[in-house]
Design a protein around this ligand. Structure first.
Ligand SMILES: CC(C)(COP(=O)(O)OP(=O)(O)OC[C@H]1O[C@@H](n2cnc3c(N)ncnc32)[C@H](O)[C@@H]1OP(=O)(O)O)[C@@H](O)C(=O)NCCC(=O)NCCS
Length: 182
């Protein structure tokens, strides 16, 4: 694990292609990340191209976890929120390559997202995750609190409705120094 590196991603065709591959694989394996299976490369690249451009404008941070040159995980910290919520950020598009799951990569990405949120004065994080086959356990382990469930919120990638679980976490000063284990 010590050779896994986490960094903020900038727009480039190579980065867009790696993110798209990860998104397509995630959706094909049942991950609820806003898309239906099968997800075309064109649609995946259009999504990431827009998202990377938004990041370049400062409205979000897209983190990538790398094993050598290979992108093996990502998470997005959304910063572009209404003027009356300048203390808040949202977590989205958390994904780890199937080949690299259960090694603490998503946990490390979340910790880095928290560190960056604090550095930008964002001390309240919000996210949602699917009730079926989502990542509730991951978020609860790192201290997110469950607000509640909205039933029948979205379709799973291969069909069938699932609820969504709404989570929040108040970041404490100094929580950016929590060890990731990587
Ligand atoms: C959810 C997801 C991002 C988790 O990624 P991950 O990198 O495997 O996450 P982590 O390794 O940090 O934690 C996952 C599990 O590995 C375990 N783990 C963490 N480090 C570990 C280690 N060093 N050795 C063994 N197990 C470990 C964790 O305890 C956790 O266990 P559990 O989920 O079985 O209870 C990944 O499964 C995924 O991409 N899912 C599809 C997309 C999705 O649902 N995203 C969430 C959208 S809200």
């Amino acid at each position: 694990m010590s050779d896994i590196k986490i960094k903020a991603l900038n727009p480039s065709p190579e980065v867009c292609a790696m993110l798209s591959e990860l998104l397509i694989e995630t959706v094909a394996n049942g991950g609820s990340v806003s898309f239906m299976h099968p997800l075309s490369r064109e649609a995946a690249e259009a999504f990431w191209s827009n998202s990377l451009n938004a990041a370049a404008r400062g409205g979000r941070i897209i983190l990538g976890a790398f094993d050598g040159d290979e992108l093996i995980g990502t998470v997005t910290l959304l910063l572009d929120l209404p003027p009356n919520q300048p203390h808040r950020a949202e977590i989205a598009k958390m994904m780890t390559r199937v080949s690299h799951r259960h090694r603490g990569i998503a946990t490390a990405l979340l910790r880095e997202a928290e560190r960056l949120a604090i550095a930008r004065g964002r001390w309240l994080l919000v996210l949602d995750t699917a009730e079926d086959e989502g990542a509730a356990g991951l978020y609860e382990r790192v201290g997110f609190k469950l607000t509640g469930v909205i039933p029948d919120y979205a379709f799973k990638p291969r069909g069938g409705l699932t609820g969504t679980l709404i989570y929040w976490k108040r970041l404490e000063p100094g929580s950016d120094r929590i060890r990731t284990g990587l």
